[in-house]
Design a protein around this ligand. Sequence first.
Ligand code: SAM
Length: 234
Amino acid sequence: MELTQRLAAIADFIPPGAVVADVGTDHALLPIYLVQSGKTPRAIATDLNKKPFMGACLAVLNRNLDNLIDVRLGSGLQPLSPGEAGIIVISGMGGGTIINILEESTGILAHTERLILQPMADAARLRLWLAGNGWRLAAERLVREDGRIYPVLVAEPGEEPERDTLKLELGPRLLEQGDPLLEDYLEKIKSDYQKVLSGLARSRSREARDKANILTKKYAGVREMLRSCRQNAR
Ligand SMILES: C[S@@+](CC[C@H](N)C(=O)[O-])C[C@H]1O[C@@H](n2cnc3c(N)ncnc32)[C@H](O)[C@@H]1O
């Protein structure tokens, strides 16, 4: 089975031999790939909604993989027992939803060796949450799919060394390692900041002015990072 670039990047971060839980699995593409390729001996695939849950059950049964992939219905990490999966993947959801899932199940997280998270939005908020809740960003990678750039975050228990809030929001490992898609990623963030700043400029409230002041500093910081990114590329 061929994975999309996004799911393939997630699969790359799964250590061989690890038992994986794929939370919000939808069609169970990732766990099917992992057990069929022999990378993973066993996987748990969960989904909150009945339709994707049934789709995952069928996909697993059709390939006779029901002895290797356990498909479960339920929200977030609730269908898991502590310690049964060392690696937890949560991908294809918003950063806020991922944070809610993590906050609701700290008991499971206490036994988790690695989180592989792929937020569709709000990656900055998710990175800040991880750093503030005992997780360090072990690795990060950017993937382009369908014309959009998606970050893949790998978090492990420990202290995040990056102290600069803006760098933490943008992706400290991406910045350190100069990801090949970093320039495009920062350009998109800069243009998102610009749009928010234009909206704030239309308001006369003090709150809007305060927000604009903070965002203007961030905007300048991203411009500076883009400049050094381009210099390094020369
Ligand atoms: C867009 S799909 C992503 C599928 C796959 N993980 C991927 O990255 O391609 C999001 C899936 O997450 C499920 N989902 C949303 N909230 C969830 C939650 N709190 N717990 C478990 N699954 C959830 C949805 O039902 C849906 O099947």
